[in-house]
Design a protein around this ligand. Structure first.
Ligand code: TYM
Length: 341
């Protein structure tokens, strides 16, 4: 069977990149797959989080899922810390993954920065926890933005090594040879890497100090308009061809955003707007962005105003997630050779 799993960190400032690269795609996959969407709070604390803000952010990410159109009744929405299997399985996978594999993770190097000695150990083994998230549900497909590609490759390597290291025990215990399916990344569409509005060489990010660099899912129409109007561009009109976009990162980014919001591709956008001045194109982009985001922002606001309802949704989701994950964990215990109750 085909199962989707993905996660978003509750670290504040959910932005248009998170929406177009991930959450919007979560919604689109619901008719074709059984889907499990997780607010990854265990991942969030790999960097210190203010406890009051963390709680708020967890509910806000859950609200964003639901407001964007994820169906929490047909599918599963929950927060990671409510299902202890994530942490349990991550420990086993810590013992499968090799030090050399983690040493190659570029996101750790970026996030740890120069003061690596002072980074949390959790930040270092973060990709093992991410592998545990996916493998606990034996998910087959994982929709993410481009920046998670390397982590997905690591999850596949870990799954494969587990299957190999324990192949005999997997057979003895009566499981199929590929106990963990190798999860396939779903990285597609025109907005797999949305860039900063202020710098076409940096990705749009929750942690960038300049708020003008991103469109937050909580921004109102005026803020969206101001940020898009101030977005960095080059002095030329929009090109006529996709080829010509490649050398123009800022134009490429705005066209990609437009394409994703309009459910088309860059060629489709250039058919309509090629040759336009940026002032004109930006106005069209403002209108489209506000049209698409305003209902989501409003619904998020409505949902977070009633935390009890969100908490109930998360609790119900966690219960259903737990059932699936616990079955995997019991099998892993048998395979590894633990004695269990
Ligand atoms: P996170 O919380 O940084 O981002 C959530 C999702 O948004 C995507 N994304 C972007 N897509 C396009 N353009 C951007 N500028 C942009 N910025 C972020 C991310 O690729 C991601 O899909 N490690 C993950 C969370 C995670 C996870 C998992 C994902 C934990 N366990 C298991 C999949 C499966 C993360 O930090 O995402």
């Amino acid at each position: 069977s085909q199962r989707v799993f993905s996660g978003v960190q509750p670290t504040g400032n959910l932005h248009l990149g998170n929406y177009l690269g991930a959450i919007k795609r979560f919604v689109e996959l619901q008719d074709r797959f059984e889907c499990i969407y997780c607010v990854v709070d265990l991942h969030a604390i790999t960097v210190w989080q203010d406890p009051v803000e963390l709680k708020k952010s967890i509910r806000e990410v859950a609200a964003a899922f639901l407001a964007a159109g994820v169906d929490g009744d047909r599918h599963i929405v929950f927060n990671q810390s409510q299902v202890s299997v994530h942490a349990e399985l991550a420990w086993v996978l810590n013992c499968v993954a090799r030090l050399g594999w983690l040493n190659r993770m570029t996101q750790f190097k970026e996030k740890a920065g120069k003061d690596r000695e002072n980074a949390s150990v959790g930040l270092y083994v973060y990709p093992d926890l991410m592998a545990a998230d996916i493998l606990a549900y034996r998910a087959t497909h994982v929709p993410v933005g481009e920046d998670q590609k390397q982590h997905l490759e690591l999850a596949r390597d870990i799954a494969q090594k587990f299957n190999n290291d324990f192949s005999q025990s997997i057979a003895t215990n009566g499981f199929e040879e590929k106990f963990f399916p190798l999860p396939e990344p779903l990285i597609a569409g025109p907005a797999t890497r949305v860039m900063s509005l202020r710098d076409g060489s940096k990705k749009m990010s929750k942690s960038e100090p300049s708020d003008a660099s991103r469109i937050n899912l909580t921004d109102d129409a005026d803020q969206i308009a101001n940020k898009i109007r101030r977005a960095k561009t080059d002095p030329f009109p929009l090109p006529e061809t996709v080829e010509a976009l490649k050398a123009r990162p800022e134009a490429d980014n705005l066209v990609g955003i437009y394409a994703a919001l309009a459910d088309t591709d860059a060629a489709g956008v250039l058919d309509a707007h090629g040759g336009a001045q940026f002032s004109q194109f930006k106005q069209a982009l403002v209108d489209l962005t506000v049209e698409k985001l305003a209902p989501i922002t409003a619904e998020m606001k409505r949902l977070v105003a009633d935390p009890a309802h969100i908490d109930a949704t998360l609790a119900k989701g966690a219960e259903r997630a737990e059932t699936i994950a616990r079955e995997t964990m019991n099998a892993v215990k048998d395979i590894v050779g633990f004695v269990r109750r």
